[in-house]
Design a protein around this ligand. Structure first.
Ligand SMILES: Cc1cc2nc3c(=O)[nH]c(=O)nc-3n(C[C@H](O)[C@H](O)[C@H](O)COP(=O)(O)OP(=O)(O)OC[C@H]3O[C@@H](n4cnc5c(N)ncnc54)[C@H](O)[C@@H]3O)c2cc1C
Length: 733
C-alpha cells in the first residue's frame, strides 16, 4: 500500500504534484487544467459534483446542461452557466464552497476531474439552503486547484442524451464576461421549464427509504461518491516540501471536496442489515483494483462522511444518499474485491425526474441500456447473504440484486462470466530487448462473440490466478499463469474473485487473426505478471481472455481525409501505434481515400535495441519512398547514451528531422535528442505545421506519463493542434 494512502487525502498528492512540477517532472495531478481538459469540459452535458451541505456533510450530485454550459475561462477558472441542478439537492454551491467535479464521456469512457472552490456566484442563492431552483440556477465561477485524468476502467458505455426542452438555454458562445452577467440576470427571474420538470421529490432519514429507492441501488452498475478532504499539504518555500529539524515532513492545512465514479456488475452494491440496528440499511461494495492513488479511500481515512449518487438510467430518477463509510482493507469476500467499503445511510433525497434523460420514440431512455459493460468487471457470484442479513425497505419486500445474479451467471454481455475464452499460447519470440512477442490461438468453439473480435489499436484483457503475482514457477511449462481447462481450481478462483486482470495491446492485424485464429501481443517485462509471462509462458499454456476493448484505434485517423497524421510512441507505447500503422497501410493498399496523405511516426526509445517493430517500420517507410500507397515517415529518437541536452546532438537531430520534411517516406534518426515542439516542427515542415494547426491534422500519442504530457503540450500548446484532434492512450493504472 503506498504511503499516500496513510496520509490519506488528495491534498498530499497535490503537494507531490507541486514538487514534481517544480522539479520539471510532469505530475499526475496538476494545479491547472491542460488545454485538453479545458476543451473536454466544454463538451459535457453533465458534471458530477461533490459539495458539502450547511453541516459540512458531502453530497454527490450532478449538474445538467447543454454542451457548453461549462466554459474554461482559463486554465484555472471554470464558468458554469445555464445548468440545471438535481431537485432538492442539499449540496451548497455558494461563494467559498469547496467542489469536486467529474466529467465523464460515457460513450468513450473518457473522464477528467477538477477540484477547487466557488469563487463567485452571480445571483443570490435562495434562503432555504437549496441554492437555485431546478432550471434557474445562478451562474458561478469555480477556481481550479487540482486537475487530473482518470483511468476508464470500470465505466459502462451508455448513450446519455438529455432532453433539450428540460434544460435552461445554453450560454451564448463565444463566452465572455457579458455572457455571465446576462445569464445571471436570466437566472434570477427564471421559472422551471415546466412546472413538474423535477417530478416528485422525497427527503428523509434512513428509516424512510422505500422500495423505489432500494430498486435503484439493487440495479446499479454505476454510482458516484463524494468525499471531503481535510488534510495537510506538504509545502515549502521552494515548492519542494519543507522538513523540520528531525527530517520529518511539514504539512499545512488543506481542505476540499472530491467526487469519484464507481462501476461494477449490476447489483454490485449490496443492501445489508446492520447487525447493531437491524432496520438500518448498510450498503456494501467491493473496491476493485484501481489506479493506486487511493484518493477516495484516503479522504475517507481523514473524514468518514460521504455522499453517494445513484441514477436510474431508464427514468432519470436520482437518489442522493448521505452517511458515513468504513473501509475494510482485509475483506476480499466479494468478487474482485481488493477491500470492501461499507456505507451507513443517514439521510437521502430522491427525485423522480432528477436527470432529464432524452427518450426514444418508443419511450425508452437512450441511457437505459448499457451499450457495453466494462470488460474489467469481476466475474463470479457474490456470496449469498443469510436471509436475516438482507435489508428490507419499509414499504416492500427485500429487493434481490437479480441483475447481480445475472452478471454472475454470465448472462450480462461483456461482464466476463461465460464470455471468458481460454486461449492457447502458440508461439513466443523476442521482439526487442526486454520485449517478448506472444502468439495466442482463439478457440474455434464456443463461437467467439463480438467481444472477442478486435480492431487495430485495441487491447486484450486477460485474467490470471492471483498465484501469478507471486510466481514460484521454476521452469518453463511449470507456469503459475496457466489455467487448467475448466478445472475446479480455476472455477474456485473465479468465484472467490481472486483473479487479477492485465491488459496488452494486440499488435497483429485483425485480418491476419481472422484468417489464422491467432493474435499477437508484444509484452515488456515490467512487474509480477509480465515477468512471469517472460519467464514461464510457453506454447501449450492456456490463458483466460476476457475480450478486447479500447477506443485508441485507427478509426480516429480514417474518419475524414487528413493532410497529416502524427503518431508519437515512447518505448513500449509503440504497440497500438504499430497496429494503427498496419491498419493505415492496409486501408491505403485497398485504395481507401480516407487515409492521411502523410503519416509521420516519431518513435522514442532509450537506445535502438529496445525498439520493437523497427524492421517492419523501416520496410514500410522504404516502400513509401519507392511509391507505396501509404506515405509513412519514421523519425527515431534515442535518448541514450549521449546526454539528451547536448547542443550538437539536438542540432544534428533537427537537421535529420528537417530532411524528412521535404520527401516522401524514409527513416531519420535523431540520436541523443529528446522530442520537442522544435523537433516536431522540423520533421513536419511548414506545410505540415500549418495543416496541424488548421484542422488538417490529427495526432495519436502513447508512452510513459511524462513523455505523453510533454508531447501533448508540444503538439497542442507548441504547434496549435486542436485538443479535439489529439488522441492519447496511457498504459498506467
Ligand atoms: C490500454 C493498455 C495497453 C497496454 N498495452 C501494453 C502492451 O502492448 N505491451 C506492454 O508491455 N504493456 C502494455 N500495457 C501495460 C501493461 O498492462 C502493464 O505493464 C502490465 O500489466 C504490468 O503488469 P505486471 O503484473 O507485469 O506489473 P505490476 O507492476 O505487477 O502491475 C502493475 C500495477 O498496475 C496494476 N495493473 C496493471 N495492469 C492492470 C490491469 N489490466 N487492470 C488492473 N490493474 C492493473 C496492478 O494492480 C499493479 O499494481 C498496456 C496497458 C494499458 C492500460
Amino acid at each position: 500500500m503506498p504511503s499516500v494512502y496513510h496520509h490519506g487525502e488528495i491534498a498530499v498528492q497535490k503537494a507531490v504534484g507541486v514538487r514534481e512540477e517544480a522539479a520539471g517532472v510532469e505530475p499526475y495531478i496538476r494545479s491547472a487544467m491542460p488545454a485538453q481538459h479545458s476543451q473536454f469540459f466544454g463538451t459535457q452535458n453533465l458534471l458530477f459534483i461533490g459539495a458539502r451541505d450547511a453541516s459540512g456533510q458531502p453530497w454527490a450530485s450532478a449538474l445538467a446542461g447543454h454542451p457548453g454550459f461549462i466554459t474554461a475561462l482559463d486554465s484555472k477558472l471554470l464558468a458554469l452557466t445555464g445548468y440545471r441542478r438535481l431537485p432538492g439537492d442539499p449540496a451548497l454551491l455558494t461563494k467559498g464552497s469547496q467542489v469536486g467535479g467529474l466529467g465523464i464521456e460515457f460513450a468513450t469512457r473518457r473522464r477528467n476531474r477538477v477540484n477547487g472552490r466557488v469563487t463567485a456566484v452571480r445571483a443570490p442563492a435562495s434562503a432555504d439552503g437549496a441554492d437555485g431552483d431546478v432550471n434557474g440556477s445562478p451562474p458561478l465561477l469555480m477556481s481550479v486547484d487540482l486537475s487530473f485524468g482518470n483511468c476508464p476502467k470500470y465505466i459502462q458505455v451508455r448513450d446519455v442524451k438529455l432532453d433539450p426542452s428540460q434544460l435552461p438555454p445554453p450560454p451564448k458562445q463565444p463566452f465572455s464576461p457579458t455572457t455571465l452577467l446576462a445569464a445571471a440576470a436570466a437566472a434570477k427571474g427564471a421559472r422551471p421549464v415546466s412546472a413538474d420538470s423535477g417530478g416528485r421529490v422525497l427527503r428523509g432519514s434512513w428509516a424512510e427509504l422505500g422500495a423505489a429507492q432500494a430498486a435503484i441501488i439493487a440495479a446499479a452498475d454505476t454510482f458516484f461518491i463524494a468525499t471531503g478532504y481535510n488534510g495537510r499539504t506538504k509545502t515549502g518555500s521552494d515548492g519542494g516540501g519543507a522538513q523540520d529539524e528531525d527530517g520529518q515532513d511539514v504539512f499545512e492545512a488543506g481542505v476540499g471536496c472530491d467526487v469519484s465514479h464507481r462501476g461494477g456488475p449490476p447489483g454490485f452494491v449490496r443492501m445489508e442489515r446492520s447487525a447493531a440496528a437491524p432496520d438500518r440499511p448498510l450498503l456494501r461494495w467491493a473496491d476493485f483494483v484501481g489506479n493506486n492513488m487511493f484518493q477516495t479511500l484516503g479522504n475517507l481515512a481523514t473524514d468518514p462522511r460521504c455522499g453517494l449518487l445513484f441514477v436510474d438510467w431508464a427514468s432519470g430518477a436520482t437518489l442522493q444518499l448521505a452517511g458515513t463509510a468504513v473501509v475494510d482493507l482485509a475483506d476480499r469476500s466479494l468478487p474482485g474485491a481488493q477491500r470492501t467499503v461499507t456505507f451507513q445511510v443517514e439521510s437521502f433525497v430522491y427525485a423522480e425526474r432528477g436527470l432529464p434523460l432524452a427518450v426514444r420514440d418508443d419511450g425508452t431512455a437512450y441511457a437505459a441500456a448499457v451499450t457495453q459493460y466494462s470488460p474489467y468487471l469481476p466475474t463470479g457470484a457474490p456470496p449469498q447473504l443469510p436471509a436475516a442479513r438482507v435489508w428490507t425497505p419499509r414499504d416492500g419486500p427485500a429487493v434481490a440484486a437479480s441483475a447481480a445474479s445475472a452478471a454472475a451467471a454470465g448472462t450480462v454481455d461483456g461482464c466476463g462470466g461465460s464470455g471468458v475464452l481460454e486461449v492457447e499460447c502458440v508461439g513466443v519470440s523476442w521482439a526487442a530487448e526486454g520485449i517478448k512477442a506472444f502468439q495466442f490461438r482463439l478457440p474455434a468453439a464456443p463461437t467467439p462473440t463480438s467481444a472477442h473480435a478486435y480492431t487495430s489499436g485495441q487491447y486484450a484483457i486477460f485474467e490470471f490466478p492471483t498465484s501469478a503475482l507471486s510466481s514460484t514457477a521454476s521452469s518453463p511449462g511449470d507456469s503459475a499463469l496457466s489455467w487448467a481447462s475448466s478445472s475446479s481450481a480455476a472455477t474456485a478462483v473465479v468465484n472467490t474473485g481472486a483473479a487479477v486482470t492485465r491488459t496488452w495491446t494486440v499488435t497483429s492485424h485483425p485480418a491476419a487473426t481472422a484468417a489464422s485464429g491467432v493474435f499477437t501481443l508484444a509484452i515488456k517485462r515490467a512487474g509480477a505478471v509480465s515477468s512471469a509471462m517472460h519467464d514461464t509462458l510457453a506454447p501449450g499454456a492456456k490463458l483466460r481472455l476476457r475480450g478486447f476493448d479500447g477506443d485508441f484505434t485507427a478509426a480516429a485517423l480514417l474518419a475524414a481525409p487528413l493532410e497529416v497524421a502524427v503518431l508519437v510512441a515512447g518505448g513500449i507505447g509503440i504497440t497500438p501505434l504499430w497496429a494503427v500503422v498496419q491498419a493505415l497501410a492496409a486501408a491505403a493498399a485497398g485504395a481507401s481515400t480516407a487515409v492521411p496523405k502523410r503519416v509521420l511516426l516519431l518513435y522514442s526509445v532509450r537506445h535502438l535495441p529496445e525498439a520493437a517493430f523497427l524492421g517492419q517500420l523501416r520496410e514500410l517507410a522504404a516502400a513509401a519512398e519507392a511509391g507505396a500507397e501509404l506515405n509513412l515517415q519514421v523519425l527515431l529518437t534515442t535518448t541514450a547514451p549521449e546526454p539528451a541536452t547536448a547542443a550538437p546532438a539536438v542540432r544534428r537531430g533537427l537537421e535529420a528531422a528537417a530532411a524528412l520534411a521535404g520527401c516522401r517516406g524514409g527513416v531519420a534518426e535523431a540520436r541523443g535528442c529528446r522530442l520537442s515542439a522544435e523537433l516536431l516542427a522540423a520533421a513536419l515542415g511548414p506545410a505540415g505545421v500549418a495543416a496541424l494547426a488548421n484542422g488538417g491534422g490529427a495526432a495519436m500519442v502513447c508512452g510513459p506519463a511524462g513523455f505523453m504530457a510533454a508531447t501533448e503540450a508540444a503538439l497542442v500548446e507548441g504547434l496549435g493542434l486542436p485538443a479535439s484532434r489529439l488522441y492519447s492512450e496511457s498504459f498506467n493504472y
